[in-house]
Design a protein around this ligand. Structure first.
Ligand code: ADP
Length: 163
């Protein structure tokens, strides 16, 4: 059976922590859709199309990965694509409560059609989040250990435009 999973997120922008989860999840499934979910509760720094483009470049060397975007509920995306597994990353116990709630909501809303699998973060990246990276970049700090190298100038560019 051809197994596809989705890794949904804001990816604003993708970090080395996300990429570690993508690499590991991609090796477990035939296909992994890395999907930028348009979250109306958050104001992103990068446009959806920019986030998709960055993800495409960052995952170009990982077999089985397809980058996508979706405006709506994850369960609707998964129903449309025939996907039954969502992958999420867990960094710390603080992620757990939120992630558990989302996973149970999705399971309930999808009438048991969508399950969530958690991968624990590599310790090297457990402190990393897109928000921290953006904060460091906004003050001109060194983010080279946090994001793929081609993303570094894109982040600085966003903030210099804002100043
Ligand atoms: P969301 O807005 O959906 O939380 P993010 O892009 O911040 O989107 O995160 C997407 C997923 O990646 C979440 O499951 C999050 O816990 C996970 N994640 C974020 N940063 C890391 C990291 N450094 N290591 C592992 N997983 C991470």
């Amino acid at each position: 059976m051809n197994k596809t999973a989705v890794y949904p997120g804001s990816f604003d922008p993708v970090t080395l922590g996300h990429l570690d989860i993508i690499r590991r999840a991609a090796s477990m499934f035939d296909r992994l859709n890395v999907t930028v979910m348009v979250n109306t509760a958050k104001t992103p720094l990068f446009l959806t199309e920019e986030r998709v483009k960055i993800l495409e470049e960052a995952t170009a060397d990982i077999p089985g990965v397809e980058v996508d975007s979706f405006h709506g509920l994850l369960i609707d995306y998964c129903r449309e694509k025939g996907i039954h597994i969502a992958v999420r990353g867990l960094r710390a116990i603080t992620d757990f409560e939120y992630e558990l709630q989302i996973a149970q909501t999705n399971h309930e809303l999808s009438h048991g059609e969508l399950d969530t699998m958690f991968l624990t973060t590599d310790l090297r990246y457990s402190y990393l989040s897109s928000s921290t990276v953006k904060e460091i970049a906004s003050f001109g700090g060194d983010i080279s250990a946090c994001v793929p190298s081609f993303v570094v100038p894109l982040l600085y560019e966003k903030y210099s435009k804002k100043h």
